[in-house]
Design a protein around this ligand. Structure first.
Ligand SMILES: [Zn+2]
Length: 522
């Protein structure tokens, strides 16, 4: 039976076959009288405790379908916040009506003045499991996602062992994820030299698209592709209709920069040295190459983590030409500026690097103009020792920034300063990433027929980022100590509450989203 929900204001306890809801006496909800959120049946009877069964055949003992109602003065629908009442059943949204539309005698969950947003979709997450689960695993990553208001992650094919470059490796991924995920998930496959024959089988097995590196990926099991490799792979990917996600830095400009840099005996404890080692030219030349290949093969291309603003005119021109080319940037490029990175602060290291404040503002402008389509975290954690904080060496420290649980407040904090709205954020962090991964009919919007994935969000709450708010395996992030606006109060996945008032549901309800074979749990 699906569709049970637990409203905020109630403590959640879970055993394997039972979901128990008791009254919560905490101060936060008591202090918000507009937010009476509670839990009931269509018949209006209140159930403080009831069985929650996952077996399909238990559906037969249900006497009537459960329709649930959630309303707020600010629900994000069709790109605008407005008063509305959402009804949903069996995990899917049935209808969206006026705020006061719930039938007389029914109880509704009322989020008051809090915003109800669609669940976020993060299309760029490195879970590293199997093989490097001591870096990040599905349990921790999906808990962090839930706490961040994200109801679906799409996992990158590298940093796990094996990398997801064959169907058997994809099955290993599925095995690692099964019954461990708090939120829904899907997989990108990998393109590496010599695996062209694996691409169609991977597509047929349900990956949502492919990822490749033009520069060294940092791990030996995921080799970079050359232009010749792409000539082989892209016609096949074009045939699948799936997107090719590209880490767009070319190795030659990177090598030239390294050579220049080494001759000057750089101080590698400074972020400035790392910045010099990854110049914009590497991104510009890579984007230029991908535009040419996109034009030649008519293969969907998506540029991941755009950092250098110099690439934006190229992306804009490609879009004007009508090429099927999209691009993302990441919270750390939009929030931080290179000139403010302290010496030895290698937890700010990522590739391509965080650039200066002028560059950052150009990225914001590109999001506003639709030249950049979406924001994805590129959540890429590692054990603290690999960050080499003791030596602070930007040359040898692992590159990657972890932010899955706090991307929404970080982006909201930076966005509201610049006059952007939650409507903009929903486009960049919900609808557009869902579209990239082919999930637009299920995720990324509050609309009839979509999954009942909701985030109850207080845009005016302010908090400091502390390790206990991160939830990923290693609570190390450049956002620690930042004071952010916007608190995720409660998160629903397919109609079920998975996160409320800093607590997680005990059940792992996340499922793989896979159009081929309709992959199902167990
Ligand atoms: Zn990445």
């Amino acid at each position: 039976m699906r569709g049970w929900i637990v409203g905020a204001g109630y403590q959640i306890y879970s055993r394997c076959d039972q979901f128990v809801v008791t009254h919560y006496k905490g101060s936060k909800w008591a202090a918000a009288p507009a937010a009476h959120v509670f839990y009931c049946h269509l018949d209006g009877s209140f159930h403080p405790e009831r069985r929650c069964c996952s077996q399909q055949n238990d559906r037969s003992i249900t006497t009537k379908p459960v329709i649930e109602f959630l309303r707020s003065r600010r629900v994000l629908i069709k790109g605008a916040l407005r008063p509305a009442c959402i009804s949903f059943e069996n995990g899917r949204i049935v209808a969206i009506d006026d705020y006061a539309s719930a039938p007389a005698g029914t109880h509704v969950m009322d989020a008051g003045e809090y915003c109800v947003l669609p669940g976020l979709v993060d299309s760029h997450v490195h879970v590293n499991d199997p093989g490097r689960e001591h870096w990040e695993g599905f349990r921790a990553a999906t808990a962090a996602a839930a706490a961040g208001g994200c109801t679906c992650i799409v996992d990158m094919p590298l940093n796990s062992i094996p990398a997801t470059t064959t169907v058997s490796a994809l099955e290993r991924k599925r095995e690692a994820a099964r019954n461990r995920c708090l939120v829904d998930y899907a997989f990108w496959g990998g393109v590496v030299p010599g695996n062209t024959d694996d691409l169609m089988p991977l597509a047929q097995s349900g990956v949502r698209g492919f990822k490749c590196f033009l520069a060294d990926s940092g791990v030996p099991e995921f080799a970079r592709v050359s232009e010749a490799d792409l000539h082989s792979a892209m016609p096949v990917i074009a045939e699948t209709g799936l997107p090719l996600l590209v880490h767009a830095e070319l190795p030659e400009p990177l090598m030239a920069a390294q050579m220049r840099l080494q001759s000057t005996r750089p101080d590698w404890t400074l972020h400035a040295a790392h910045l010099e080692a990854r110049p914009p030219e590497a991104e510009i030349e890579a984007v230029d190459l991908m535009i040419r290949l996109c034009r030649k093969y008519r293969c969907r291309v998506h540029i991941v983590h755009v950092s250098a603003a110099e690439t934006l005119p190229l992306l804009k021109q490609a879009r004007l030409e009508g090429l099927s080319l999209t691009a993302e940037t990441c919270p750390h490029y939009l929030y931080f500026a290179a000139e403010n990175v302290p010496p030895r602060a290698t937890h700010f290291k990522c590739a391509p690097p965080i650039r200066d404040a002028t560059n950052r503002e150009l990225l914001w402008n590109a999001l506003a103009a639709g030249v950049l389509d979406l924001i994805a975290t590129d959540h890429s954690p590692c054990p603290p020792d690999l960050k080499q904080l003791d030596t602070g060496d930007f040359n040898t420290a692992w590159g990657g920034i972890a932010s899955l649980s706090i991307a929404l407040p970080a982006i909201w904090t930076a966005a509201r300063d610049r006059g952007f709205t939650l409507e903009d954020i929903a486009r960049w962090m919900c609808a557009n990433p869902a579209h990239l991964a082919g999930l637009q009919k299920q995720k990324g919007q509050i609309a009839a027929g979509h999954d009942a994935d909701f985030v109850i969000f207080d845009p005016d709450a302010r908090f400091e980022v502390t390790p206990n708010r991160l939830h990923f395996r290693h609570p190390l992030s450049p956002y620690l100590g930042e004071k952010l606006f916007g608190e995720v109060l409660q998160v629903f996945l397919r109609g079920r509450c998975i996160y409320a008032d800093a607590q997680f549901a005990g059940e792992r309800l996340g499922m793989e989203l896979c159009t081929v074979n309709q992959w199902s749990q167990g």
